[in-house]
Design a protein around this ligand. Structure first.
Ligand SMILES: [Zn+2]
Length: 316
């Protein structure tokens, strides 16, 4: 981190950066750091791990306009643009190596640009964290409800997830390797992630909930001396959050979804149909299990192999 982390004064906000070099590319990871007037937990936030997801970036920018380090306990470290090459290209994965940053953690300093970015985030940021929150959203292709997700075995994350005021709380019995949060879990750092509708836009209602969620997390961790902002009880979901294992496209075509987000479906329900250039139905997508629809590929053009629908269980 430049300037050196220990040289950053308390009761102040700072701009810093991490320089990443890989395969002849120089990449700058921009950091916003608020150091509180008193010691306390280090909360690390990231956004833009996928380059077409904007709610988290906006949340971090807004948060740093609002935050008063003089009233803060501990340190808030935020990386709003975690994947600058993908952000510049407006794409989920990096144009430099085709890699998905959320599949290569903990990364490799001597690897491809995306692997080198993962290594820098893991060793410079996650290694410093007492708590970690990764802000995602559906991106251009997919739509997801506003939610917070956590790993079942991560009890501190579970306790936090329930008090943030997020409308949906999703517990995952397993977290696949390669994610930012899998790296954090491996380091014993409690970690959460957010999702929102996405679509290549910033959903206004989602943004309000993200801001409240981050501030409530800081209140829950004792970084802000103020009461939690109350919200209605969340819908609780349980299941695998891996969109790589969702129902996927069998060919190229025009997708017509036949369900809405958070709709409850039974095994065998029609989720959507795929059409050729004449509008003829060429495939039907059927619910493989009962549950609630938690992801829909809302970008109508689909390519073979892309994730289309994900269903998970509701838990009382
Ligand atoms: Zn994402």
């Amino acid at each position: 981190v430049t300037p050196e982390y220990s040289s950053l004064g308390r009761s102040a906000s700072h701009n810093a950066e991490i320089a990443v070099r890989a395969a002849g590319q120089a990449i700058t990871l921009p950091l916003l750091i608020a150091r509180g007037s008193r010691g306390g937990p280090v909360l690390v936030l990231s956004a833009g791990v996928h380059g077409d997801e904007y709610e988290g970036i906006q949340t971090i920018f807004d948060l740093f306009c609002q935050i008063d380090p003089g009233r803060l306990r501990g340190d808030l470290i935020a990386l709003a643009l975690a994947n600058p090459p993908a952000f510049q290209a407006g794409t989920r994965s990096s144009p430099l190596d085709g890699c998905n940053l959320a599949r290569v953690f903990p990364g490799d300093a001597g690897g491809s640009p995306t692997e080198a970015i993962a290594h820098a985030i893991d060793t410079e940021l996650l290694a410093r964290a007492d708590f970690y929150l990764d802000l995602h959203s559906g991106g251009v292709a997919c739509e997801m409800p506003v939610l917070v997700g956590y790993h079942q075995a991560d009890l501190k994350a579970r306790d936090a997830a329930g008090v943030l005021g997020m409308p949906v709380v999703w517990c995952h019995p397993t977290v696949a390797p390669g994610r930012t949060v899998s790296s954090a879990i491996g380091r014993g750092v409690p970690s959460l992630y957010f999702e929102a509708p996405g679509g290549g836009r910033v959903n206004a209602a989602g943004l309000t909930v993200y801001r409240r969620g981050v501030l409530n997390l800081m209140r829950h961790l004792g970084m802000l001396d103020e009461p939690l902002e109350a919200a209605p009880a969340p819908l609780r979901l349980h299941g695998d959050g891996n969109i790589d294992s969702s129902l996927s496209a069998t060919g190229d075509g025009f997708l017509t979804p036949r369900v809405d987000l958070l709709q409850r479906v039974s095994t065998g329900a029609l989720l959507g149909t795929l059409h050729d250039p004449w509008g003829r139905e060429i495939d039907r997508f059927i619910a493989p299990c009962s549950g609630v629809v938690v992801m829909i590929h809302s970008f109508r053009l689909v390519r073979s192999g892309e994730p289309l629908f994900l269903i998970t269980e509701v838990r009382p």
